[in-house]
Design a protein around this ligand. Structure first.
Ligand SMILES: [Zn+2]
Ligand SMILES: [Zn+2]
Length: 338
């Protein structure tokens, strides 16, 4: 598989266009990890580069360490199902969501801390009858907090109860297997991408799209609270990625990191802005143009940048006009055959 399609398109520098208030350099790139011929140096730089500056995964790990060392219930307590420790996990997850989504929404959309700089879509959040309560932000908060956080917490409570009782293979300490402890963070990243692609393709099957996934797709133009605004059935599937920890030996920090990557990661990736700027200086990467394209054009970019599954299966939108034409033709063919 080559890096780009057979006819290499011209590079369009980052900036404004007819379609976008801001777009990154086009065509957008994917991770070099699966490029052929292999590019070990680029792949290694990409893999390690994430951890050498402030990025969403570094933020998830920070949240996970704070949650684990300061607030997490003890293994002893989690052996017995009760109300106390499950409620504690729910409150931690609820607080992390409100803190991150609330802070990003306040900074980007209320304070307008960087005005329209690096915002993908020119339009504001919507007040429309399409949304619950007739308001996109209230709708998104409702589905995130009333469905997302409880279902995410329920999955975690199930895992920690099972792990505390020794019914799955887990790591009690980093010292027990330091190499696996570090390596597993990389495995989680690719697993998350792989799992997301397949469950996302599943809910794009027309019946499931109409009855389940449509709720998330009412957000064509997205904001931080849109990330977790999903139908409860989608939440159950989305968090089922946690099942990997029932099979591979995990430390609690792996698990908390993975679940924060699914949740806080969606808040960042739907923020609507490519990067966060503080006093006009880049503070960190935030939104995902790859996924923003999915929200605008629907039948493309089901996965994420880590594994180029969309490229392998013909649904990759690289942001160019040629790709828009290709995806529109694909969508027409898909709906014509129904
Ligand atoms: Zn979708
Ligand atoms: Zn989305």
């Amino acid at each position: 598989m080559s890096k780009t399609d057979a006819a290499t398109p011209e590079i369009e520098p980052a900036g404004k266009s007819r379609e976008w208030n801001f777009h990154p350099a086009l065509p957008i790139s994917m991770s070099p990890v699966f490029d052929l011929p292999p590019k070990p140096k680029a792949a290694l730089n990409w893999l390690l580069g994430t951890w050498t500056k402030l990025t969403p995964p570094v933020s998830h790990l920070t949240f996970a360490l704070v949650a684990f060392f300061l607030f997490w219930p003890s293994t002893e307590a989690m052996k017995v199902l009760s109300w106390g420790w499950p409620l504690q996990i729910f409150v931690i997850n609820f607080a992390a969501t409100v803190i991150l989504a609330g802070a990003l929404h306040y900074y980007l959309f209320i304070l307008r801390g960087q005005e329209m700089q690096l915002k993908f879509d020119a339009r504001p959040m919507e007040k429309s009858r399409r949304f619950t309560f007739g308001n996109q932000v209230w709708d998104n908060m409702f589905w995130s907090l009333v469905s997302g956080v409880p279902i995410w917490s329920a999955w975690m409570i199930l895992y920690f109860w099972v792990a505390a009782n020794g019914w799955v293979w887990s790591l009690d300490s980093v010292r027990a297997s330091p190499v696996w402890f570090v390596l597993f963070f990389f495995v989680i990243r690719f697993w998350q991408s792989f799992h997301f692609y397949w469950i996302h393709r599943l809910i794009h099957i027309p019946w499931l799209f109409k009855n389940v996934h449509h709720l998330h797709h009412r957000n064509v133009n997205v904001g931080p609270w849109s990330g977790l605004a999903m139908h409860p059935a989608e939440h159950v599937l989305y968090y089922s990625g946690i099942l990997i920890h029932f099979v591979l030996p995990s430390h609690p920090i792996h698990l908390i990191f993975h679940m924060f990557a699914l949740n806080l990661g969606a808040i960042y990736s739907h923020s609507g802005f490519a990067k966060l700027l503080v006093r006009n200086k880049e503070a960190m990467k935030a939104g995902s143009f790859h996924h923003q394209l999915h929200h605008r054009y629907f039948e493309c970019n089901y996965g994420s940048e880590e594994i180029p599954l969309d490229r392998w299966f013909g649904s990759f939108h690289d942001g160019t006009r040629a790709a828009t034409d290709r995806i529109r033709a694909r969508k027409k063919r898909m709906y014509a055959s129904k």
